[in-house]
Write a protein that binds this ligand. Structure first.
Ligand SMILES: C[S@@+](CC[C@H](N)C(=O)[O-])C[C@H]1O[C@@H](n2cnc3c(N)ncnc32)[C@H](O)[C@@H]1O
Length: 250
């Protein structure tokens, strides 16, 4: 992020509110939300975060005593969902390549909820951080081995190519506790090419770099197993824009 970009963002906050209060939770204003049209409505944004928190409780045994890492946390959709459903948690670490997202979360969520911290990682992603300094393939997430009971990535592998996905999966195997698990969403289908960017005639018209990266079930499973993990549960096309939900364990 350039100095000019930072100044422009700071100036903007003097004139336009960065937050909306909804059902007692501080949400990002609409222009600061990720996820296209799906989360523009305040209730849709908050209830989707609550749904994701409840699913982590059911699928990953998330409790107030857990430590969770939310990779590609955006402007705090899951963090806010956890605040609403569980109220607090032992440790929540959000990481993202977007300075705007990390600054918003740090400014508006951490002060009232100190267990929720947010870290900017300058990893290159052609869609979200094209000028990023580090390549995901060489990147070590800034946490100790065995730090997390739960790792979540919602709509993140849907915008990453396989070398980057492989490297993150290896990092997750390092960062998970022995009983820990990963919840993620991705475009995964049977009987398609191993990997394809913006596939035609698939769900909708995809435009721009890494709008949709689709993997075959078989290829995705191979990448998971190469990292020393396994797929323990899936729901096909259950999530945003037809992504599938996957649970990974050791
Ligand atoms: C579609 S948004 C989803 C945001 C959030 N997970 C949610 O569901 O509301 C994708 C997010 O992934 C982040 N991202 C993209 N590449 C990343 C990477 N290599 N590491 C961490 N975050 C990344 C983007 O900046 C963006 O916040």
């Amino acid at each position: 992020m350039t100095i000019l970009g930072t100044i422009k963002r700071r100036l903007r906050t003097f004139f336009v509110s960065e937050t909306v209060l909804h059902r007692g939770q501080t949400l990002p204003s609409r222009n600061l939300r990720f996820g296209g049209v799906h989360f523009q409505d305040n209730e849709a944004f908050l209830s989707a975060g609550e749904r994701d928190a409840r699913r982590l409780i059911e699928w990953c045994n998330l409790t107030e005593k857990s430590a969770i890492m939310d990779v590609g946390c955006g402007t705090g959709r899951l963090a806010i969902g956890i605040m609403s459903v569980l109220k607090t948690i032992r440790r929540y670490e959000g990481v993202d390549v977007s300075p705007t997202a990390v600054e918003w979360c740090t400014r508006h969520l951490t002060p009232a909820h100190p267990a929720f911290r947010f870290t900017l990682i300058n990893v290159q992603n052609e869609r979200y951080n094209p000028a990023g300094g580090a390549r995901a393939t060489d990147f070590r997430l800034p946490f100790d081995d065995g730090s997390f009971d739960v790792i979540q990535l919602y709509s993140v592998f849907s915008h990453m190519r396989s070398p980057d996905v492989r490297s993150y999966l290896r990092e997750f195997a390092r960062l998970l506790t022995p009983q820990g698990s990963v919840f993620l969403t991705a475009f995964t289908e049977e009987g398609v090419a191993d990997e394809e960017e913006n596939p035609q005639n698939y769900i909708m018209e995809w435009k721009g770099a890494l709008h949709c990266v689709r993997f075959s079930d078989k290829f995705f499973r191979q990448m998971v197993e190469e990292a020393g993990l396994k797929i323990a549960r899936t729901t096909h096309q259950s999530d945003t824009d037809g992504q599938s939900a996957l649970l990974l364990t050791r």
